[in-house]
Design a protein around this ligand. Structure first.
Ligand SMILES: Cc1cc2nc3c(=O)[nH]c(=O)nc-3n(C[C@H](O)[C@H](O)[C@H](O)COP(=O)(O)OP(=O)(O)OC[C@H]3O[C@@H](n4cnc5c(N)ncnc54)[C@H](O)[C@@H]3O)c2cc1C
Length: 476
């Protein structure tokens, strides 16, 4: 370690306290990414306790020219929250900054520190009689700061939007260690460039989010969940249109799952009872959620009217409606178990893509055929948030053969085939997981030179030293 590094670590210890600068022992939790694809080496893991300490840490690092990797729950899927292998970057963990500062009932807002676990925020909102609608399978570990920095989506985007749509203000520490206090909670504020929206989705490359003011909603009186069997993906799109028409803002979730994805759940989690599993007449299933502010009976009547029309139209061949909350959770659990079942099946190549909803069936038909032609035996695990045009279009190695070799030899080719098809259909190569380190070169390939030029100008302007998560999202 150089003298400058030793001096910096001493300085960081003075700022946050000895116990909160970790340099020894097992730092795997901070140094390895969620999918265990990458392992870095941190100069130190620094855990400030308040915004002033974050600012002082950033100032000290800026003076030493030391790079900072912000980290929340380290559940990100694009390799953005772990340090590189150089041993020269610090991980700035927001874990200790987890307080809910205020709930303003009249303004329907909550102001919360960045390190607050998403599930804790949901629970605290509910205790106060409100809904905080952001919901994703990592909610027990991810933080609101990480959700904002990646503009996370999840299962209720069709009604409430992405994390960006739920945010009214931010408190941020700039790359120079200044504090920008922007948590006013205003719903209207057209005073120049929108710095909040610039920071949301910036993946730790433009500053550290230390707190945020988020929107709250009234708790729905009733929630219903149904599972429908569909003759094709085209019919899923038709059903989605019908659901919008019948339910309006009451439609809060619309997921789609292919039979092969469900068969993996059936195979690796036999204790889960997957409706319509193996039904040849139902190559796809949809999971729908409706929220209602009147009553359970009102919700059920609307849902039944929708399903009746869907049966008449032939876009649904069979359906089950959860009788109670336990059954609803069981249905959601099946959907959320697909990634784990896929992991149990073996190595696979993941794509988190978005395409205009109307073009999804054509994209899938064309890309399925292309991949099967190019790589015989390849297995396609297709599921996702159809309501938002977001598919997790994953490619599982052929059943026979060496999955490791498949990944080594075919990953880049598969990615190119899929992302070129996405571009052809006017879609995005990263719908909700961000760019991180994993997709930097995809950004360079698929974004227009004009867009890239503007992004680089923003990065250079705000972080001229390039100390905020360097190499992520954009290369210098
Ligand atoms: C099982 C599972 C399911 C998931 N499901 C979904 C899903 O449905 N929808 C979805 O969108 N995503 C999903 N994700 C990925 C999702 O992006 C993350 O779970 C979450 O949003 C990241 O939060 P985090 O606190 O873990 O952030 P981290 O992983 O710690 O960080 C992610 C990025 O944000 C930056 N960052 C973190 N905190 C801050 C901060 N305070 N200030 C500035 N930058 C910061 C990091 O530097 C990094 O670039 C899933 C992940 C898993 C493991």
């Amino acid at each position: 370690m150089t003298l400058t590094m030793t001096a910096l670590i001493d300085q960081l210890r003075t700022i946050v306290g000895d116990a909160h600068v970790l340099t020894e022992g097992d730092l795997t939790a901070w140094e390895q990414d969620w999918r265990k694809r990458v392992r870095g080496k941190a100069l130190a893991v620094v855990r400030p306790g308040d915004t002033a300490q974050v600012a002082a840490v950033v100032k000290a690092c800026a003076a030493a020219g030391t790079a900072i990797v912000a980290q929340g729950g380290n559940t990100g899927l694009a390799v953005g929250s772990t340090p590189d292998a150089s041993g020269t970057q610090i991980v700035l963990s927001l874990q200790r900054m987890n307080a809910i500062r205020t709930i303003d009932a009249a303004n329907l807002t909550v102001t919360v520190e960045a390190g607050c676990i998403l599930q804790t925020l949901q629970e605290q909102a509910e205790k106060a009689g409100f809904l905080f609608p952001l919901s994703l399978a990592a909610e027990g570990s991810c933080t609101i700061g990480g959700n904002l920095a990646t503009n996370a989506g999840g299962t209720q985007v069709v009604r409430y939007g992405n994390t960006r749509d739920l945010c009214l203000g931010l408190e941020v520490v700039t790359p120079q260690g200044e504090i920008w206090e922007g948590t006013s909670g205003l719903r209207k504020d057209n005073t120049g460039y929108d710095l909040r929206d610039l920071l949301i989705g910036s993946e730790g490359t433009l500053g550290i989010i230390t707190a945020a003011t988020m929107k709250l909603y009234p708790m729905p009186v009733a929630q219903l969940t149904a599972w429908a069997a569909l003759p094709s993906l085209d019919h899923a799109v038709t059903l989605l249109g019908l659901a919008h028409k019948h339910l309006g803002a009451g439609l809060t979730g619309f997921e789609v799952m292919g039979q092969f994805a469900l068969s993996l759940v059936g195979k690796h989690m036999p204790q889960l009872r997957v409706p319509f599993l193996g039904d040849a007449a139902a190559p796809y299933c949809a999971l729908l959620e409706i929220s209602d502010n009147e009553s359970e009976d009102h919700a059920r009547a609307r849902f039944e009217a929708l399903l009746e029309t869907a049966f008449e139209d032939g876009c649904v061949t069979d359906a089950v409606v959860a009788e109670n909350l336990t059954q609803a959770h069981q249905l959601w659990h099946i959907r959320e178990s697909i990634p784990l079942a896929q992991a149990e099946e073996g190595l696979n190549i993941k794509h988190d893509i978005s395409i205009g909803v109307s073009r999804i069936p054509a994209f899938v038909a064309e890309t399925d055929a292309l991949l099967q032609r190019e790589i015989p035996g390849v297995r396609l695990v297709n599921f996702g948030h159809l309501g938002d045009g977001n598919l997790h279009y994953n490619v599982q190695a052929p059943a026979e053969g060496d999955a490791k070799a498949f990944l080594r030899d075919e990953e880049e080719r598969v990615n190119t085939l899929v992302y070129d098809a996405v571009e052809k259909f006017g879609g995005s190569f990263s719908a909700e997981h961000g760019v991180g380190e994993l997709k930097v070169h995809k950004l360079e390939k698929h974004k227009s030179p004009v867009a890239l030029g503007m992004m680089r100008a923003i990065k250079r302007g705000l972080d001229p030293q390039n100390i905020m998560n360097p190499g992520r999202v954009l290369r210098a």
